[in-house]
Design a protein. Structure first.
Length: 231
């Protein structure tokens, strides 16, 4: 579990939506947040000399939380895009991702994005998946609170498809041992994840970028990457 900060110790208040394995999730001990993002931000905090405090926040509440000053930085598999850049500062990119489609294994009617027209799709609210799904125009898009909820909805046949970040879809297939669903090979987008920092804290942005660079140079980033994604 999280240790209390010693007196005078600098605390980095981190916001994440911890339902997005392998980037952030609650394991056996729910207070010990796990995942690639969690290891990365702890290593960054250590590098900067800050104690890291993780706050679990709804994904669509993360940027408002940052703007309100309740957290210092977001790390949450968050894609760097222009819309968000209006509101936050992003760190340098730290992970290359993209979106993929999950459907029932028995469904032969959906082979790619265009086949989703007129279908029901579950996405997590406030995500790039939601933006992408709405581009179809004719699809019925169900915006749910977590990515776990989108998988539940697909299994319950409440929707025909889930759009989600590819590594999260892939991880679900492996971890859930759910044999009734498949991920299509088509990648809908190419996206970079970045950490988000309050607009008026360019100093923290610089510190985080310096720490990230250090971890990339000294092999620590590669170690963390290998732990979660192999080689
Ligand atoms: N990469 C997508 C986005 O930025 C989804 C991120 C969702 N993250 C999460 N922890 N639920 O919109």
């Amino acid at each position: 579990s999280e240790k209390k900060a010693a007196e005078g110790e600098k605390v980095l208040k981190v916001g994440t939506n911890a339902d997005f394995a392998p980037f952030e999730f609650q394991g056996a001990d729910p207070s010990a947040y796990e995942g690639f993002d969690m290891d990365l931000i702890r290593a960054i905090g250590e590098e900067m000399g800050y104690k890291v405090e993780i706050n679990n926040v709804a994904f669509d509440g993360l940027i408002p939380s940052l703007e309100a000053g309740n957290i210092d930085v977001i790390i949450s598999g968050m894609t760097i895009n222009d819309e968000r850049k209006q509101k936050v500062l992003f760190s340098d990119p730290y992970y290359k991702s993209g979106l993929s489609i999950m459907v029932a294994k028995s469904d032969d009617s959906i082979k790619g994005f265009q086949d989703l027209k007129g279908k029901k799709i579950a996405v997590q609210i406030g995500t790039t998946s939601a933006t992408e799904a709405k581009k179809l125009g004719s699809a019925e898009v169900k915006e749910l609170n977590s990515s776990a909820d989108t998988f539940i909805e697909l299994n319950a046949k409440g929707v025909d498809a889930v759009i989600n970040d590819r590594p999260v879809n892939d991880r679900y297939i492996v971890e859930s041992k759910n044999d009734n669903v498949k991920v299509l090979s088509e990648l809908l987008t190419s996206e970079d994840y970045g950490m988000a920092i309050n607009k008026n804290n360019a100093e923290l942005q610089t510190k985080i970028n310096e720490a990230l660079k250090k971890l990339k140079d000294n092999g620590k980033y590669d170690q963390i990457y290998a732990k979660w994604f192999g080689n």
